[in-house]
Design a protein around this ligand. Structure first.
Ligand code: BMA
Length: 373
């Protein structure tokens, strides 16, 4: 009888543990990475974590001022998700393609992690076949980096550098900082060498899988969740056309920028999020708006009138606003979140005060890197 009770006891605990802890694509992910994965899933109904690319690095009219952030200047709190970018790390450059020094980036990532935010990283890697930028769509590039391709060795050496960066991301106790890595983003569009008509769907699937296996098994990088993300899409089939498979992905998302009127944007975003929600549900993944923006925010009530109603309709883990690059060489300015005293700042405060929108303090309360029951 005692034995039976003991077996029943163990069985119930095992069921309990397994039902609460799912493993991400990397079955050997660090404990903190597994916890992040499970907590992001569990928190889907709590709200949308607001993110911002390069938030701690610069904003409109400033660069590298300790503790500064355009979002903090306006709302008093930092974003719950911080985005960073690795382009040019493959060339051993000390700064990325947007001039952010990798050493500073490492410190920003440590800071974001320490304060409970989630970190996501993109990689606008150069074209390995031509040596030009990510935007050089030379045909045959993807095939050239796959095994037996003429640039496979070069590509491996680039992955070695990316792996070294990920493995250099540790907290004060020497533990690896979990990152949502978002390679080959917008892969249904044709502007990057890895996208759209510049390769076959099968080739980009292979490249995605190859990259992940190389980082995981050859380089032993285990602090990554992987985000698969498209640009605008019109059907579930289109979204999934280049999908590398469940065992290679944790987050599913898309990038969306408003270029037409508000209603058009709302319709598109609602349609895509409805499709994304159902795909994420079927595949048991984390749905996210991996990039969004309305350049220079010409509508001062866009946040509460356009974006908020869309987000309220859907399950979205996080939404990453693109970078506040500020003044650019060609006399243009680039920004996607308000800065102090800009025209949509007040509306942005209202948006952030809505219970659906989570900033860093809200994320910190969730202890995303801890095992929560
Ligand atoms: C683009 C623009 C560019 C930038 C690139 C990589 O969308 O913001 O200015 O270089 O992303 O971050």
């Amino acid at each position: 009888m005692k034995k039976i009770l003991l077996i029943a006891f163990i069985f119930f605990h095992a069921v309990n543990i397994f039902s609460q802890t799912n493993l991400p694509a990397d079955k050997h992910a660090t404990a903190e990475t597994i916890n992040l994965y499970n907590n992001l899933k569990k928190n889907l109904d709590k709200g949308v974590m607001l993110g911002h690319q390069d938030d701690l690095a610069y904003g409109v009219g400033w660069k590298y001022e300790k503790g500064r952030s355009d979002i903090k200047d306006v709302t008093g709190d930092y974003p719950a998700v911080m985005g960073f970018e690795l382009g040019r790390i493959e060339l051993d450059h000390p700064v990325n393609l947007d001039s952010v020094p990798f050493d500073k980036m490492r410190m920003f990532i440590k800071d974001a992690y320490k304060h409970g935010s989630v970190i996501t990283i993109s990689w606008h890697l150069n074209n390995p076949l031509t040596g030009k930028t990510a935007w050089d769509p030379a045909p045959g590039t993807v095939a050239s980096v796959l095994p037996n391709g003429e640039k496979n060795n070069l590509y491996n050496s680039w992955l070695d550098k990316v792996a070294a960066f990920f493995l250099s991301l540790k907290d004060d106790n020497g533990k690896y900082i979990p990152i949502i890595f978002r390679p080959f983003h917008e892969l249904n569009g044709s502007w990057f060498w890895w996208g759209g008509k510049n390769c076959t769907p099968d080739e980009i699937k292979q490249l995605y899988q190859y990259t992940e296996k190389y980082l995981r098994y050859t380089k032993n990088v285990h602090n990554l969740l992987y985000a698969y993300n498209t640009d605008k899409f019109y059907s579930a089939n289109e979204f999934l056309e280049r999908f590398p498979g469940d065992e290679f992905t944790d987050v599913l998302g898309f990038d969306i920028y408003q270029r037409g009127n508000n209603q058009e944007f709302m319709n598109e975003a609602n349609n895509m999020l409805t499709t994304l929600d159902s795909i994420a549900d079927v595949h048991n993944k984390i749905p996210a708006l991996t990039e969004f923006g309305y350049a220079k925010l010409p509508d001062s009530t866009w946040w509460t009138n356009v974006l908020l109603p869309v987000l309220k309709n859907h399950r979205v883990s996080y939404a990453l606003a693109w970078r506040n690059a500020g003044a650019k060489q060609n006399d243009d300015t680039e920004y996607y979140v308000p800065y102090k005293n800009s025209s949509s700042a007040n509306d942005f405060i209202k948006f952030c005060n809505d219970e659906k929108i989570l900033l860093q303090k809200d994320a910190a309360k969730e202890k995303l890197y801890k095992k929560n029951s």
